[in-house]
Design a protein around this ligand. Structure first.
Ligand code: GLY
Length: 350
């Protein structure tokens, strides 16, 4: 049962109180080579309770979301005498909270953990929802569990040292949430600049929306699949770009994936083209110059490989703003048409 508490920068005292009430026998911090410096130092100043905790630091980067790294963390937890009453505090982006959550959910059959996300992408998506896991045999998140963090603590101060390209990439998930939330939220964000998306209220809105979906479908059997909007194309674009000399970040690929999948939604459900046209200036403002064109032949092998597409191709699309459709069957002809029409949109100036 999901019982994750959300606290933001104005509620550090509540976080502290929550930890005290948990009566943990010890607290262990998990960070990576990137977050260990600035983020952990800032955190220890904000929450002095963390100052004298054991700290485990793992290598950063998605390529380290591996069993060997879990092994190392499990070994250190044993060495530090972590018990079933120990709290693990994950300080980092999505890779760290996925791995840290997995380690916590398996160590001694499960210990409590909290997430302190340090990237925008992790703040609005990966930190909440209980999907933990690691990559295995080159398959993303092949091994994992569902176990919810006890707390997610949001503080935009951690965004200050992020490379701007990484910061911007988190906004694609916020745009996705707005498309699923409905026209009021979508119209609100259409004029936003980068700084507007980084405000704590904007992050909280996106997170609360995700929480409302996860609470209806914790195990991703139905409505939660709406959150995959933009991701079937997005993952294919990300994988195809990794074969090129200019790989895209996950969020950049999801931004392009959203445009392609909105075009598919237009073809299949008559989603007004106007919605896509309204979105293009925002896309250009937040992701300047992101206009990479991919051919059907480049994308289709990856679309077919997508874990949701075992027998035929299915996607999460939008029948109208605020109304998602999951497990929608899509033909290769639809995909071909959507790619051609999206190409024409991407080369225009907005
Ligand atoms: N990132 C989508 C989900 O958590 O279901």
């Amino acid at each position: 049962m999901m019982n994750t508490q959300l606290y933001d920068e104005s509620e550090s005292a509540s976080l502290l109180q929550w930890i005290h009430e948990g009566n943990y026998d010890q607290i262990i911090l998990l960070s990576d080579a990137n977050t260990h410096g600035f983020c952990v130092t800032v955190l220890k100043k904000m929450i002095p309770l963390f100052a004298n905790c054991y700290s485990i630091v793992i290598p950063s980067g998605e390529s380290n979301k591996q069993l060997e790294v879990c092994n190392h963390v499990w070994q250190l937890l044993l060495q530090f005498h972590a018990t079933t009453h120990t709290l693990l505090v994950n300080v980092g982006g999505g890779m760290l909270s996925d791995l840290g959550g997995f380690v916590a959910s398996t160590y001694k059959r499960g210990i409590h953990y909290i997430n302190i996300p340090t990237t925008l992408l992790a703040m609005v998506d990966a930190s909440l929802g209980g999907k933990t896991g690691i990559d295995f045999e080159s398959i993303k998140n092949a091994i994992g569990t569902f176990q919810h963090p006890k707390v997610v603590y949001i503080n935009p101060i951690f965004l200050r040292t992020l490379p701007e390209r990484v910061l911007r990439s988190g906004i694609a998930e916020m745009i996705k949430h707005a498309l699923l939330q409905g026209s009021t939220q979508l119209n609100r964000i259409l004029d936003w600049e980068l700084a507007d998306f980084c405000k704590v209220d904007a992050i909280n809105d996106a997170l609360l929306f995700k929480k409302s979906i996860v609470m209806q479908d914790e195990y991703d059997q139905h409505i939660r699949q709406n959150l995959n909007l933009g991701h079937t194309f997005g993952h294919a674009i990300e994988s195809a770009s990794l074969l090129s000399t200019q790989p895209l970040l996950h969020g950049e690929a999801v931004m392009l994936g959203l445009v392609y999948e909105l075009m598919l939604s237009h073809l299949l459900f008559d989603l007004p083209l106007q919605i896509i046209l309204q979105l293009m200036p925002l896309k250009e403002r937040i992701f300047p110059g992101l206009r990479r064109i991919f051919t059907f032949d480049e994308l289709i092998p990856f679309i077919k490989q997508d874990k949701k597409n075992n027998t035929y191709i299915q996607m999460s699309l939008l029948s109208q703003v605020g109304v998602g459709v999951w497990q929608q069957a899509v033909t290769e002809t639809h995909i071909q048409t959507a790619i051609k029409k999206t190409e024409q949109l991407l080369i225009k100036t907005y």
